[in-house]
Structure formats: C-alpha cells, structure tokens
Design a protein. Structure first.
Length: 291
C-alpha cells in the first residue's frame, strides 16, 4: 500500500530536548571503535573524561525524533526501510556534555515508483539550549522500499558527487567491532533490525545489520584521522549515500580523494568498501574540513 503523501509531509514532530553527559559521548565514541588504541592521545580525547571532546558525528544521534515510522498512522512498512543518505553540517564544535533542542520536519517525500519505493527526508537543526547557538543541521534520508507509487511527491535535492575514476589519494581500513550494533543502538536507534536475528530475516537479511550511522561514524574516523590529524573539531560537513548494508565484525576500507578548496574549506570525496565481499557500502561521499 503506498504511503499517504500529505500525512507524511506534514507529520507533526514535537520538539525534542535532550541532556547528554560525558558518559553518553564516551559510549558513542566506543561504538565507533575509538579507544582501540588506548595509548593514542588522538583517540583518548574521545573516550576519557580528562579534556574530553565529543566526536563530531555524535550530532546525528542527538535530539533524535524517535522511531516514528513504526507508528501505525504513518502507513509505512517499517520492517523494510533502510537508511538511504545522511548529510551533516556542523556549525560549531559539539560540546562533550550539555543540553540540545531540535524540532524535526519532513523536507522531502519522493516517489520512486510503485515497484521502486519512496524516499523520506527529515531535517533537524540542533541548538545549544544554554546559548541558543546552532550546533549542527542533520538531514536523514530513509529509503522506504515498499511504499512507492503514491503518485505525487517532491523533486529530489541536489545529488551528491560521485567518486573520481582515478586512484584514491588515501585508503584507511578500520575494523568494526562484532558488538558494534548492540553498542550503537544504545545511542538513539533501537530498531530491532540491528539486534534481533528474526527481525533481520524478515527484512531479507541473513543476520542483524549495522546501523548506517555507525558505518558513517567509522568512515568519519578514517577521514578525520587522515585529513585533520584526528581533530574532529575541524570537520565541517559530511554527506554520504548508503549503498549496501554492513555487518558487525567486518572491516571498512575508506577510499579518499582530495578535491581542492571550496569556500576556504578543504574538500574530500570518499567511498567505503568491504573487501571481503567485494562491495561498495558507502558511495558519493563528500567531507569538508576547516583549514
């Protein structure tokens, strides 16, 4: 059954206010595998409370509007949804602890066709409650595989750039923890697809898959290490398309290409592969770093 465009486009999200502490920031970082080299000060800054920093992609799990597509009123076949794209613009470094507020809105509902599904894009801007300063704009695209064919919809946003055909300028491989999905779901997304084998099989996966946002965070680690000497405060933007699922315990190989300077920021294009399965799992990636 196709989704109801008007109902989804005007879905009413309550404002979310979230207070998070240093333990939350450390838990997020540990789920990405930070701390695997506990004597590396570049990693320790994210997992030890002395001079603690929040890893920048933690912004994507703060003031999360909840698993709203599971609400029967949405009419969405939530078991068959997957994460399509993630975009993040960081306006200033994220505090290691604090209170943030955000109200989500549906910016796009895109019909790909009756047999091709639909895209639902939700945007929220995180605001620091104490100062009123904007921290980040988070844009999440969900691919609703069983919900296309509703006959109306929005034009898609500008497409993300493809990776260059030339050899990458850098490649960084990072092992994903076998328990990464079980750790990561404690941050914000309790979708049982990432924990329950029966739910995963119902969604046509052999076993629970990793959250796309965990893969995204691991890729951010590779980018920050390579182009910012491990300093996440220099990351300004991180956008990517999710091409294939990743399973906990796999190794992510992030390929990176320098793409010059854009508005004073260093731009990097990237993708990510699982070599053992010979598949690209992240594509059309673009990151920007403060010089």
């Amino acid at each position: 059954m196709p989704l109801d465009y008007q109902r989804i486009k005007h879905w009413d999200f309550p404002e979310v206010v979230q207070t998070y502490g240093e333990k939350d920031s450390i838990l997020y970082a540990l789920g990405l595998g930070l701390g695997e080299q506990p004597d590396d000060p570049r990693q320790l800054r994210y997992v030890y409370e002395a001079r603690l920093k929040a890893f920048p992609t933690q912004a994507v799990v703060l003031a999360y509007p909840g698993f709203w597509m599971q609400d029967p009123r949405s009419g969405i076949d939530w078991v068959r949804i997957v994460h399509g794209e993630q975009r993040l613009r960081l306006h200033r470094p994220l505090p290691a602890a604090g209170t943030v507020r955000a109200r989500a809105r549906i910016s796009h509902v895109i019909d790909k066709g009756a047999d091709k599904g639909a895209l639902v894009i939700i945007e929220r801007t995180l605001v620091d409650d104490a100062s009123g300063a904007e921290l980040a704009t988070v844009t999440h695209t969900t691919f609703c595989r069983a919900d296309g064919g509703f006959g109306q919809g929005d034009a898609p946003p500008e497409a993300l750039p493809a990776a260059p055909a030339r050899a990458p300028d850098a490649v960084r491989s990072l092992a994903i923890l076998p328990q990464a999905a079980l750790l990561y779901r404690l941050n914000a997304d309790p979708n049982p697809l990432h924990a329950d084998p029966e739910v995963a099989r119902a969604a046509s996966f052999d076993k629970p898959i990793l959250h796309g946002l965990c893969t995204y965070g691991v890729a951010a680690r590779a980018l920050v290490d390579t182009f910012a000497d491990g300093d996440g405060d220099r990351l300004l933007e991180l956008n990517v398309r999710f091409s294939r699922p990743v399973f906990p315990g796999e190794t992510l190989a992030v390929r990176m290409w320098r793409d010059g300077s854009h508005d004073g920021a260093q731009r990097v294009l990237f993708d990510a592969r699982i070599a053992a399965r010979d598949v690209t799992v992240l594509s059309n990636g673009v990151a920007e770093f403060r010089a």
